[in-house]
Design a protein around this ligand. Structure first.
Ligand SMILES: [Zn+2]
Length: 451
């Protein structure tokens, strides 16, 4: 009997129900406990490069960190296959569930994870890495999920937040989750210090529930696992299972990584200084295009109308302003790139002046040119000034140096760090207090309010 600490990475490319990966992970963790494995840390819910088009919704993968008999890992693989059987839609090409196992040095996968945050990784490279490090995996259809599964194993989560995910019976495919905006708003008010992205106040929208038919009831994000349980309890909804994950959500992990290296390639994440070259162009539909120069390269930065205040404020940018733009490269050519903007930080603002002719001292009307080289004239009073000049008025703009522009919560990336407070996760040891399953712990009192 050999006891080891190991990591299981799971990725599932289902697009219609983005939380399936966490649900599969929850079921697998339940099985791991039945088999006598010890849980070493919160499961890791890892978001990767949000610009990859074939991603699962939200591009999430999960890693479980366990300790136990290596001989029993085979049973976990079998259980994974069993769980996923029901998920695979033969008619669609999704999902393509992959489970990977690794008990080597996590450090060796750190760079791989970091690159998965900011660039597009090929499956060939990933297969090569798996071979080199002896990562065992099971791919139930395509192998694309291996990228996320290995990245999740490699995610070091130096900075992290938590998310409590609660699930209903997976056979219950209703859309109703029994939560009103008023209730979630009340929860948000009470737990504002510890939870984030609960609601979008502008559109009065609930952000803690998915809209699809997946088994997730709610996902509450925040800094303290105990407060997440309190917030969940406050909502008073019934769940079959709930589990708290440690995650890179709300940490700007991708932008921090982008600052270290240039990722000037298709789908690359950038966080670079940009010099504004021209007046922002407002397109029909309200999208704003910022013409700028990034490391000597011409760029068109797109600020979509869905970006709310960021879109409105970006219109006040001006030639000569220096900003730092975070986002993904949509297209890149030899002379130009197009960027989808997700964050703008204002570094320095140029002085912008309005240049006007002076007004007449007697009647107050604007002076006109009296002809080339002939000075100015008031057409009312016929008063002449023998030379031409202008008055410069500095334009005040609703922008400040150091200001960060973000879309409203409803349009943010999972990885986006909220600006509403500090939600960096506090370190806590995992315990079974952070996991509830009515099947695994039938006697344990569910924290949900069943009244
Ligand atoms: Zn006059």
């Amino acid at each position: 009997m050999i006891v080891v600490i190991f990591r299981i990475g799971i990725d599932d490319t289902d697009t219609s129900s983005g939380y399936c990966t966490t649900f599969v992970a929850t079921l697998l963790l339940e099985e791991a406990l039945r088999l006598g494995f010890e849980i070493i840390d919160f499961p890791h819910l890892v978001r990767l490069n949000p610009n990859i088009p074939y991603k699962t919704r939200g591009n999430a993968a999960v890693a479980l960190i366990l300790k136990g008999e290596i001989e029993k890992v085979e049973i976990l693989f079998k259980k994974f296959e069993e769980i996923c059987e029901g998920l695979i839609d033969e008619k669609a090409d999704k999902p393509n569930p992959v489970m990977a196992f690794y008990n080597g040095d996590q450090e060796l996968l750190r760079e791989f994870y970091n690159r998965c945050l900011v660039s597009e990784i090929s499956i060939e490279e990933t297969m090569g890495l798996a071979r080199k490090l002896g990562i065992k995996f099971l791919a139930l259809r395509g192998v694309r999920g291996l990228i996320g599964a290995i990245a999740a194993i490699g995610a070091n989560l130096d900075e992290f937040t938590y998310e409590l995910l609660a699930y209903r019976d997976p056979n219950d495919k209703g859309r109703e989750r029994g939560l009103s905006y008023a209730k979630v708003l009340e929860m948000d008010r009470l737990f504002k210090k510890y939870t984030f992205h609960n609601i979008d106040e502008g559109k009065k929208r609930i952000l803690i529930t998915p809209h699809g038919r997946d088994p997730v009831l709610v996902g509450i994000r925040g800094s303290d696992p105990d407060k997440l349980i309190e917030a969940f309890k406050f909502l008073g909804i019934q769940a079959q299972r709930w589990l708290i994950f440690k995650t890179n959500q709300g940490t700007d992990a991708h932008l921090k990584e982008a600052m270290k290296n240039e990722n000037f390639a298709r789908y690359g994440v950038i966080y670079e200084e940009a010099k504004i070259k021209d007046r922002p162009k407002v397109m029909p539909g309200g999208h704003v295009i910022l013409d700028c120069l990034i490391k000597g390269k011409h760029a068109e930065a797109l600020v979509y109308s869905e970006s709310g205040a960021m879109n409105k404020l970006a219109r006040y940018l001006h030639e000569g302003d220096l900003v730092r733009i975070g986002g993904g490269i949509k297209e890149i050519g030899a002379s130009k790139m197009t960027i989808n903007v997700e964050r703008i930080e204002i570094l320095s603002l140029s002085d912008v002046y309005l240049r006007k002719r002076p007004v007449c001292a007697r009647c107050g009307s604007r002076l006109k040119s009296a002809g080339s080289g002939k000075g100015l004239i008031c057409k009312n009073c016929k008063i002449e000034i023998p030379f031409e000049f202008h008055i410069l008025t500095k334009i005040e703009r609703p922008l400040m140096e150091g200001q960060v522009l973000l879309p409203p919560p409803r349009s943010r990336r999972h990885l986006t760090k909220p600006i509403e407070g500090n939600y960096q996760g506090i370190r806590k040891e995992f315990s079974l207090d952070y996991f509830y399953s009515k099947f695994l712990f039938p006697q344990k009192e569910s924290v949900v309010n069943l009244s």
